[in-house]
Design a protein around this ligand. Structure first.
Ligand code: GLY
Length: 399
């Protein structure tokens, strides 16, 4: 059955500018130029650089060593993508200035780390190791993987979301979140590097629990899930980032699409591919004439229909990964190109070189009164640049 939304989406597809390599190259160039102008500020004063309404990421007050920092690597990963594309060593050298900070975070500050070690270290230490072969980065990446694996809670085997591991916090005990699917590639990489199966087992177990408890029969997902901390028995769906516990948070869905596609890349588990495809088809079925998704696909009537450009760019990367495994799924290719073409329009693409923020209209999380909305997000920018780099033929994937 074709729904109203799907019809709008299909009509809009016909009116979008063609997404050509030239369009991709121009957009990548905008992102690279903006980052080149401002990257030194992150190297001069390392911080989270996650989100800002004006695209001035240095205004994000989260410190580099804060346990809540999950975002510093997005501009740095973008810098490494830009280095590969442009061969301009400035990107490499500025990004390298953060190396002592990354090492200290997983040594001196190890207790203040959380589940997002994968975001931080796949796009920095693993990326540097893949690009340069320098074993110093391999050691740092493996140290991060060790800390992440230590968050696997027996007997169930989910990776605990948030919180230090050396203190009990009832908010976090037993809790896992959908975003964590994107942290698994760090563990799969560590298993490959060391030959130690335990890293693989931790990642695979977490992916399986996510598949069984987060993914609903209709292909939507919940944001969080609580297990009994002692017995490990599944308890209930919960929510921190979506609209509510029964809603369908678009960015969470995008994390799951890309996360399961990457889990399939490493494990070849057919159920991970099928899950990623099911989630992707559901995501596409919700796209309307704006193309860029609502920040939550199940907003109540009357809710402000805010979009999340970062969900669009993450989903585009997820579709790209899926297409490497199922090249005949032409709907995925059409949707990927539609998302990227829309993000390249001036409503979303911010070419102003006075700040590094690239994509307008990202969202942080739940619709908390007073929380910034329609922000630039460094994660949205990163995944946009990754998707563009893939369109331009880059084989480099840091995940
Ligand atoms: N922590 C990941 C997100 O907010 O999407």
């Amino acid at each position: 059955m074709t729904t109203k939304l799907q019809t709008d989406f299909i009509v809009r597809l016909a009116s979008l500018p063609q997404f050509t390599p030239k369009v991709a190259a121009e957009a990548f160039d905008v992102g690279a130029r903006k980052l080149r102008a401002h990257l030194h500020k992150l190297a001069d004063a390392p911080g989270a650089w996650g989100a800002d309404a004006a695209g001035e990421y240095w205004n994000d007050r989260e410190s580099f060593f804060s346990i809540a920092n999950w975002t510093s690597s997005f501009p740095l990963g973008t810098a490494l993508l830009a280095w590969v594309q442009t061969e301009d060593e400035y990107f490499l050298n500025q990004a390298l200035r953060l190396d002592p900070w990354y090492r200290r975070k997983v040594t001196e500050h190890a207790a203040d780390t959380m589940h997002d070690l994968g975001f931080l270290y796949s796009l920095y230490s693993v990326a540097f190791f893949k690009l340069t072969g320098d074993r110093m980065h391999r050691e740092t990446g493996l140290r991060a993987a060790e800390l992440l694996a230590a968050r696997s809670i027996p007997p169930a085997g989910y990776l605990q979301a948030w919180g230090r591991m050396d203190e009990y916090n009832p908010h976090f005990a037993g809790l896992a979140i959908i975003d964590c699917m994107m942290n698994l590639p760090l563990l799969y990489w560590a298993a490959e590097q060391t030959g130690e199966r335990r890293f693989y087992d931790v990642a695979f177990r977490h992916a399986e629990l996510t598949r069984l408890h987060f993914v609903r029969p209709d292909g939507s997902v919940c944001h969080a899930y609580r297990f009994d901390p002692a017995s490990g028995l599944p308890m209930r769906a919960e929510n921190a980032c979506g609209h509510n516990v029964t809603s369908h948070w678009a960015r969470g869905a995008a994390w799951a699409i890309y996360g399961f596609a990457l889990s399939y890349k490493y494990t070849k588990a057919p159920e991970h591919l099928q899950t990623a495809l099911k989630l992707a088809r559901k995501f596409i079925s919700h796209l309307d004439e704006e193309i860029v998704p609502l920040w939550d696909f199940r907003l109540p009537p009357g809710a402000e229909p805010l979009r999340d450009s970062s969900a669009a760019s993450i989903a585009a990367c997820g579709f790209d990964e899926l297409l490497r495994h199922v090249p005949d799924e032409s709907g995925l290719r059409k949707a990927k190109h539609a998302l990227l073409a829309r993000l390249c329009c001036p409503d979303y693409l911010d070419a102003d070189e006075s700040h590094p923020g690239l994509l307008r209209k990202g969202q942080i999380g739940d619709d908390v009164p007073g929380q910034a909305r329609n922000v630039h997000t460094s994660w949205g920018d990163y995944f946009f640049m990754e998707a563009l780099a893939c369109e331009l033929g880059s084989e480099t994937k840091f995940w």
